[in-house]
Design a protein around this ligand. Structure first.
Ligand code: AR6
Length: 201
């Protein structure tokens, strides 16, 4: 477990935590999210780390999904076993490749978070950890991605039947600061008494 950086607690008891610097493959939430590519056959960054740590059963599930539905479009999500990971499941989503911001990248990125939460909720998962989708190899500017990610989670949480905790797991300290700033700003825009913002850094 890492130290948390910040936490938003909503009036309904659901929480959004920002933690880091941390490695998502060590997370003990029921599911973790993979920043995959459309082939679902693995890659570098978080994707490589998750497949290495979780072992071949994750790839075997991914191959079965591709055989059934073909490649996974950006903004969508599917679920597999977590293999040897502490997390029981991996939700795979495909972020947008950033091409200047005028190709619906923001909508697609928000959809990654919403769809992943929806898929997890459909599988009766209570806790889910995300990496910072699209902000590595896919080049999404982190300050914009942070606000989109947090807003998408805030918008999704009221509708979940099972998901109670969403954790955003940030790989380095600069990313932690960026997400923390975005969370504080967005929490101030919510109706009074609907959310508590705590900051532990
Ligand atoms: N734990 C948490 N965060 C991590 C970890 C980790 N173990 N490793 C990297 N990050 P990226 P993308 C952070 O490139 O931009 C792959 O090849 C990293 O610092 O993994 O969505 C896929 O197959 C960055 O902030 O994902 C795709 O082809 C964030 O995770 C492509 O990369 C996302 O970086 C997807 O690119």
């Amino acid at each position: 477990m890492s130290d948390y950086v910040a936490r938003l607690t909503f009036a309904n008891g659901k929480t959004l935590e920002l933690v880091g610097p941390a490695d998502i493959t060590k997370e003990t939430t029921e599911a973790i999210v993979n920043a995959a590519n459309s082939s679902l056959l693995g890659g570098g960054g978080v994707d490589g780390a998750i497949h290495r740590a979780g072992g071949p059963s994750i790839l075997a599930d991914c191959r079965r999904i591709v055989a059934k539905i073909g490649t996974l479009p950006a903004g969508k999500a599917v679920i597999t076993t977590g293999g040897r990971l502490a997390a029981e499941h991996v939700v795979h989503t495909v972020g947008p490749i950033y091409r200047g911001g005028k190709q619906r990248e923001a909508e697609t990125l928000a959809s990654c978070y919403r769809e992943s939460i929806r898929v997890a909720d459909d599988h009766a998962i209570h806790s889910l950890a995300f990496p910072s989708i699209s902000t590595g190899a896919y080049g999404y500017p982190i300050h914009e991605a942070a606000a989109i990610a947090i807003k998408a989670v805030i918008d999704s949480l009221p509708d979940t039947n099972h998901v109670q905790l969403v954790r955003l797991v940030l790989f380095d300290i600069a990313d932690c600061k960026m997400y923390e700033r975005a969370a504080e700003k967005l929490s101030r825009e919510l109706p009074e008494n609907s959310v508590t913002f705590e900051n532990a850094s």
